[in-house]
Design a protein around this ligand. Structure first.
Ligand code: SF4
Ligand code: ZN
Length: 319
């Protein structure tokens, strides 16, 4: 009962934590907060379970959540990331009055960089200006794949690569930064197809984003991906696949292997998962693929055999 009440308190953020991040190639202290908004207006992506987290938070509630989260801030924090499980720039989720109050507060605190997430349709000249007039902002967009067919028919993302390009150009025109999220692996793709799609997508997105972020698919609750997984028709990606992508990409690419080693998260055999996940986290800061050099495990050959087998079975995903 007490827990339910706390969960519904709209003046408290969903989560807040401290971590390390990259700021212009150097390690910097970061504060990340997840604010509870009404939720993503699109709410149709096949792997996304964020919809169940939404609640009708007012502009006042959102500022209160932000203030609560900022209690974890300290003078060494240079990067603040504000996530809403949707789009920070959607005025229905984050009313402009709350957005501007938050931006002013961060500017006054001398925060060096703000990172926010948004769908491309909410990016326009005015909102980009509203953010950049206060502080250096990185606009993170869930591109997932550069392939319009995969993004549209498998992920149900509802925007095109060209939409992403135009949003990115608007941000760059005004001197902002873009982060592109890439998804490994959307449902229905075999391990090899998903790995190759992420590599191709990284190349395509590179020219439009300062940073790429590889997201390793987790089985979230109440999603189409979860239904496939329950029927044994989806396996989250192998961590070995993530390593291949990180090794192949030029320029900055980060990855936080959320849920690594669990059944619902990206995993290998169970024995090597924590070592590989740790190396992926180290790579996100060091941007040096040598952190992967010592990694090995018996399951690496199983991963390779599985991909060969999937190729022979006409690309049917095996789990
Ligand atoms: S992945 Fe992003 S755009 Fe898609 S439903 Fe989830 S929050 Fe909305
Ligand atoms: Zn292993």
């Amino acid at each position: 009962m007490a827990k339910d009440k706390r969960r519904l308190d709209l003046t408290r953020p969903v989560a807040v934590w401290r971590s390390e991040d990259l700021l212009d190639g150097c390690k910097a202290a970061a504060l990340t907060m997840i604010l509870r908004t009404v939720g993503c207006r699109w709410n149709r992506c096949t792997m996304c379970g964020y919809a169940s987290e939404g609640a009708p938070a007012s502009a006042k509630d959102l500022v209160a959540q932000f203030e609560q989260a900022m209690q974890r801030c300290s003078p060494e924090v240079q990067v603040v990331k504000i996530y809403t499980s949707g789009s920070f720039l959607d005025p229905q989720e984050m009313p402009a009055v709350a957005r501007d109050e938050i931006l002013q507060r961060l500017e006054a605190m001398g925060i060096k960089r703000l990172v926010i997430e948004t769908r491309p349709e909410y990016i326009n000249q005015d909102v980009v200006e509203a953010c950049l007039s206060h502080l250096d902002t990185e606009f993170a967009i869930g591109l997932e794949s550069s392939n319009d067919l995969i993004r549209e028919h498998i992920i149900h993302k509802g925007f095109s690569f060209q939409d992403f390009v135009e949003a990115s150009e608007e941000v760059h025109r005004q001197g902002g930064r873009v982060k592109a999220y890439l998804l490994l692996k959307p449902p229905l793709l075999s391990e090899g197809e998903a790995m190759r799609d992420a590599m191709v997508s990284a190349k395509a997105a590179r020219g439009y984003a300062e940073v790429l972020s590889l997201n390793l698919c987790n089985v979230q609750r109440n999603t189409q991906t979860e239904r496939l997984w329950e029927r044994g028709e989806f396996r989250p990606p192998w961590l070995w696949s993530a390593l291949e992508i990180l090794k192949s990409v030029r320029g900055t690419i980060v990855c936080d292997p959320v849920g690594a080693g669990t059944r619902r998260g990206p995993h290998n055999c169970g024995k090597c998962d924590s070592a590989v996940a740790e190396a992926i986290r180290a790579h996100a800061i060091a941007q040096d693929t040598r952190v992967f050099d010592e990694l090995d495990c018996e399951c690496k050959s199983t991963w390779r055999d599985l991909m060969d087998l999937e190729e022979e079975s006409f690309g049917t995903p095996l789990i």
